[in-house]
Ligand binder design. Structure first.
Ligand code: HEM
Length: 454
């Protein structure tokens, strides 16, 4: 699919080198089937489709999804590095992101350039260093309470229990002390996420045609959530001890814009919802995928159980890394070309092109990972892969702000689980990838049979 307009004149950093061929204005080749079929195939069988196209067209190819500008998929670490570390005024991550429709126009995931960097700086501290470590005990309590209700000796889906644990954990981090109003959010958020992910990529349905229409229903759920958040914001503003608080809500309520004006309720709400949604589905799916992978790799399961029971977290951290290598829960990091055409590889990509780096396409490349089909956490203890071959958290100034937080939370929950239960291995076929518009969850729900520890 090549654009045929006359190429605008732009300079390329290395254009002066006599031997460097000029990049071609337009898009690289890619699957030729109609946009509607590509979209349908992508929604139904994203992973085989992405891989087949990579095998046929190479590490840079075009792809089309209805309702979106042209996509270019890249899986060469050099191209990924260039894209993820590009000047944030040249490539945007927020502009045109479908997530803005759900999380709000002020969401960290929907903004760019200076305002993005300022908000990111504000939101980072609760998810790093000592502050983050201080949550571990609370997360263990939350995991224990959930696991008290797990049924043993019968196969059980782990995805939903993991979602309850990670949602409660992120709510505690965002709002500080437990409050009864958080229980309403615990019920509303998964309902809204389950509904919105069905329609997120179907942009032609994003109209409010009344309470029974798909988008109308979503907008009403969002209003219910906003009302809860407004109440929590008002409570925080009235808190005489606000300055001593370190939770995300307290930081946002006290933050000001460059001109000294406070953030509006709308801005605060969008950011809170972003943290709640981005901060729980992803980690829950990773935990459920770990269960799915471990039960199908008994040697890894046995070794991990022994290591955890000895109190050693090194192998557990490698299990986290390896699970995200073979089952990256977020499909890709996307950047869109702004202002002028962008030179990438042999192409000069037109303004508006969306460049996606799908993690599954580098993570299964035998040139980058030896025997990529094997689930072998040891590989992360032997050698760290390059930052642009291993990309479950994207990269550059948009790299996931919750990466360290997710790793810590994963470790705490797995430790509670493995110290409490023995898990049966299985010879069942692998669970398929269930594409939920942005994340991939195990299609069977991460089923396992737990036994009280012998
Ligand atoms: C295993 C769990 C997780 C995975 C796989 C994951 C993955 C990702 C990916 C791929 C991106 C896009 C990065 C890019 O465009 O370069 C991202 C961004 C983001 N993630 Fe995560 N994430 C996880 C957990 C979390 C958690 C726990 C939080 C909680 C705060 C979080 C909050 C965010 C936010 C706010 C962004 C936007 C960052 C920005 O645009 O500056 N994520 N995540």
């Amino acid at each position: 699919m090549t654009v045929t307009e006359t190429p605008p004149v732009v300079s390329r950093p290395d254009a002066t080198a006599p031997t460097t061929p000029q990049p071609k204005y337009g898009l690289p080749p890619g699957p030729r089937m109609p946009k509607s079929l590509q979209s349908a195939g992508f929604m139904a069988r994203s992973m085989p489709m992405l891989r087949r196209a990579r095998d046929k067209y190479g590490r840079m190819y075009s792809f089309n999804v209805i309702g979106f500008p042209d996509f270019v998929m890249i899986s060469d670490p050099e191209l990924i590095k260039q894209t993820l570390t590009a000047d944030p005024t040249v490539l945007h991550a927020g502009t045109g992101s479908p997530l803005g429709a759900v999380l709000g126009a002020n969401s960290l995931l929907a903004i760019d350039e200076d305002i993005h960097l300022r908000q990111r700086r504000l939101l980072l501290p609760p998810f790093h260093g000592e502050r983050m470590q201080s949550y571990a005990d609370v997360f263990a309590e939350i995991a224990d309470a959930e696991m008290d209700a797990w049924q043993t000796d019968v196969p059980m889906r782990t995805l939903e229990p993991m979602q309850r644990i990670t949602l409660r954990a992120i709510l505690r981090t965002i709002f500080g002390a437990h409050d009864e109003s958080l229980e309403t959010l615990e019920e509303l958020i998964p309902r809204m996420v389950n509904h919105a992910t069905k329609y997120l990529l179907l942009r032609f349905l994003h109209y409010d045609l009344g309470p029974r229409s798909p988008w109308g229903k979503f907008l009403r759920m969002r209003r219910e959530i906003d009302a809860q958040l407004d109440a929590l914001i008002a409570e925080a503003k009235a808190d005489p001890e606000l300055e001593d608080r370190a939770d995300v809500l307290a930081l946002l309520v006290q933050a000001t814009h460059e001109d000294g004006t406070p953030m509006s309720n709308e801005e605060i709400r969008d950011q809170l919802l972003t943290m709640m949604v981005a901060g729980h589905e992803t980690t829950a799916s990773t935990l459920a995928w770990a269960v799915e992978r471990l039960t199908r790799n008994p040697e890894v399961l046995t070794k991990l159980t022994e290591e955890v029971r000895r109190g050693d977290r090194e192998y557990l951290n490698a299990v986290f890394d390896e699970t995200l290598r073979v089952r990256p829960t977020v499909i890709f990091a996307v950047r869109s070309v702004q202002k002028e055409p962008y030179a990438l590889g042999e192409y000069l990509l037109p303004v508006g092109t969306r460049i996606a780096s799908p993690a599954p396409l580098t993570h299964d490349d035998p040139r980058l990972f030896k025997n990529p089909e094997l689930y072998r956490p040891e590989r992360f203890l032997e050698e760290r892969p390059s930052n642009y071959a291993y990309i479950p958290f994207g990269g550059g100034v948009r790299r996931c702000i919750g990466a360290a937080f997710a790793k810590m939370e994963f470790a705490v929950v797995m430790e509670r689980m493995l110290n409490r239960f023995d898990i049966d291995p299985t010879t069942e076929k692998f669970e398929p990838w269930d594409f939920r518009s942005v994340t991939f969850a195990p299609g069977g729900g991460g089923v396992a049979t737990f036994r009280q520890r012998s």
